[in-house]
Write a protein that binds this ligand. Structure first.
Ligand code: URA
Length: 205
């Protein structure tokens, strides 16, 4: 159940341009926004709603409104590139931040920042563009669960089989939404074919 890979042709189109090493940061950011939109819609397709009465200019009728508070938690720093789109879609969303730094030699995630809103009763969207070893995602999901988070969903642009397995093992009830499932990790724990370092490409560093 947990892995859902986007099947919309637009997702494949956007990921292809994102992978291209000649894509400049400004275009990379726009493609990230567009993919985040597709991922966020997919990860919220089952949000609960409540019926309310309303008056249109023509008649009295009933409509439906969202009832479950939403929280988005980017893993810093690359996850920040996915937040704005979700805030545009859901203006009432609360935002938490988890800072995890990947040691480039060991590929192990180290936490350096954590600020989360109240999580009880919310739908939590944890956003991290690259699910590589799964270490950061598992670490962040652990923290969110310890703070009372229950309805957690993970959104990635590109996932690796290793990362998916790690998240499935540690958090079997957390659905993963990805725009692409890639082949494998290389010896430096980069995703292949991947797109390189997402944060560097997003921010031009
Ligand atoms: N993080 C990235 O930005 N890229 C990868 O390939 C793996 C982790």
């Amino acid at each position: 159940m947990p892995l859902h890979v986007l099947t919309h042709p637009l997702a494949a189109h956007l990921v292809t341009h994102l992978r291209d090493k000649t894509t400049e940061p400004a275009t990379f950011r726009r493609l990230t926004h567009q993919l985040s939109l597709l991922l966020a819609l997919k990860a919220t397709h089952d949000l609960p709603t409540r019926e309310i009465p309303i008056d249109t200019p023509l008649e009295h009728t009933a409509g439906r409104v969202l009832i479950k508070p939403l929280v988005v938690v980017p893993i810093l720093r690359a996850g920040l590139g996915m937040v704005e789109t979700i805030v545009d879609l859901f203006p009432d969303v609360s935002i938490g931040y988890i800072g995890l730094e990947r040691d480039h030699t060991t590929a192990i995630a180290r936490s350096y920042y954590c600020k989360l809103p109240p999580l009880e009763g919310t739908r939590i969207l944890l956003v991290d563009p690259m699910l590589a070893t799964g270490g950061s995602a598992v670490n962040a999901l652990d923290v969110i669960a310890q703070r009372g988070g229950q309805d957690m969903h993970l959104l990635n642009v590109v996932a690796s089989p290793e990362g998916v397995r790690a998240v499935e093992k540690a958090h079997p009830n957390v659905p993963i939404y990805a725009a692409a499932l890639d082949r494998e990790l290389d010896s430096r724990k980069y995703i292949l074919p991947g797109l390189g370092d997402f944060g560097d490409r997003l921010y031009g560093t």
